[in-house]
Design a protein around this ligand. Structure first.
Ligand SMILES: *Cc1c(COP(=O)(O)O)cnc(C)c1O
Length: 393
């Protein structure tokens, strides 16, 4: 076996900051430290940097700069969109929200909060590929439905939902539509005008930008109350002195993502297909979870029958390969993934499922190394589990 490498295959959990992004951020920690709200020159420089970043993020999704509101994270964008929209429409009698069972916890836990506040929430099921059923969605809409929130692409299994069609249904019934696009951003062509969405959540650290900075797109004309109260930042919608370095980094990452989108998709789709093809050849009894047609380019969620995913994760980690079981959020606990459960994977197979996600810094050599490590680790774990079965475990 060749020397131990470090292979990072968890790009859906987070990504490294690209050199160009870091370089653009650095001056805003030191010489360009001004507060964008200050009127003197060093403040105005910061204000200009803020505007440029807003334009770059807007350009990535086909929005206008004034429709972009920076937040502290994708999680904050999700909370803001869902909770404040529901609360605002409650004043007009709305009491109901529709979402899916496979959303990120940022969305699911916001909806659980709304339930405590007296809302009814419909959690739509999904088919074995992870798709929401549009007929079920339509049937779930009530006269008092405030909001529909369905994720653009799933973080665990990579399935891309039919967002334009959901937006059309919501619009036809006068219901606001939000989508969590944190995983789709930079991995799928997104044009908010073509899609017709009202609100869309984003995060920088999934697209080679820094952690702790996100944004919410709010279509012009959609009324969303602020959820942070204080200064006049973000057009009076989101108070608090701006995280300028983070915003500048997000802007640069968005620009790179837009310019490189086609090449990025081609590269990581190629790596993913290469991995899957060889994994299928070399390792028996595996299954790919999620849609094979409408799927994030870098995502592979694989069930390895008869083994524990946690044990596989540890063996791969010893070989220097970083992967995750289910989503990063549930990796600290052994609660089976709610996403794999929703697509009908039996509980023992959920525990044997591992997510590999490739990205811009992944190489063919990384994949070959991972396949070797994986083949060895799976064989080892399966031999142990058959021994323990025979010895009456
Ligand atoms: C990562 C992620 C989030 C949370 O974004 P943060 O910026 O890490 O808070 C929300 N939704 C999805 C689908 C994600 O993958």
């Amino acid at each position: 076996m060749e020397d131990k490498r470090m292979v990072y295959l968890d790009y859906s959990a987070t990504t490294p900051v690209k050199e160009e992004v870091l370089r653009e951020m650095l001056p805003y920690f030191t010489e360009k430290f001004g507060n964008p709200s200050s009127l003197y020159t060093v403040g105005q420089e910061s204000k200009n940097a803020l505007s440029q970043a807003r334009e770059r993020v807007a350009a990535l999704i086909g929005a206008e700069p004034r429709e972009i509101f920076f937040t502290s994270s994708g999680t904050e964008a999700d909370n803001w969109a869902v909770i404040e929209m529901a609360m605002a429409r409650r004043a007009k009698g709305a009491r109901h929200v529709i979402t899916s069972k496979i959303e990120h916890h940022a969305l699911l836990h916001s909806c659980e909060y709304l339930e405590k506040e007296g809302f009814d929430v419909t959690y739509l099921g999904v088919d074995p590929d992870g798709f929401v059923d549009l007929g079920e969605l339509e049937a779930a809409i009530r006269d008092d439905t405030a909001l529909i929130s369905i994720m653009f692409a799933n973080n665990e299994i990579g399935t891309i939902e039919p967002i334009a069609r959901i937006a059309e249904i919501a619009k036809g019934r006068g219901v606001a539509f939000h989508t969590d696009a944190v995983q789709a951003l930079g991995n799928v062509h997104i044009d908010v005008r073509e899609l017709g969405v009202d609100m869309l959540s984003m995060s920088a650290h999934k697209i080679y930008g820094p952690k702790g900075i996100g944004a919410l797109y709010v279509r012009r004309g959609v009324v969303l109350p602020p959820h942070m109260h204080g200064g006049a930042q973000e057009n009076n919608k989101r108070a608090g002195t701006e995280n300028l370095t983070g915003i500048v980094g997000f802007g640069k990452a968005a620009e790179l993502a837009r310019e490189g989108l086609v090449a990025h998709i081609e590269k990581i789709t190629g790596l993913r297909n290469y991995f899957l093809e060889h994994a299928r050849e070399r390792i028996p009894d595996i299954r790919i979870n999620g849609s094979l047609e409408s799927r994030l380019p870098g995502n592979m969620n694989i069930t390895f029958k008869y083994i524990e995913g946690e044990a596989l994760l540890l063996l791969l980690d010893m070989a220097g390969v970083a992967v995750s079981t289910g989503s990063a959020c549930s990796s600290a606990s052994l609660t089976p993934s709610h996403v794999l459960d929703a697509i009908g994977v039996p509980v023992e197979e959920i525990h044997g499922s591992v997510r590999f996600t490739v990205g811009d810094f992944t190489t063919r050599e990384d994949i070959d190394y991972t396949l070797d490590a994986l083949e060895g680790a799976v064989a080892k774990l399966r031999s142990i589990s058959s021994v323990s079965k025979e010895s009456g475990w």
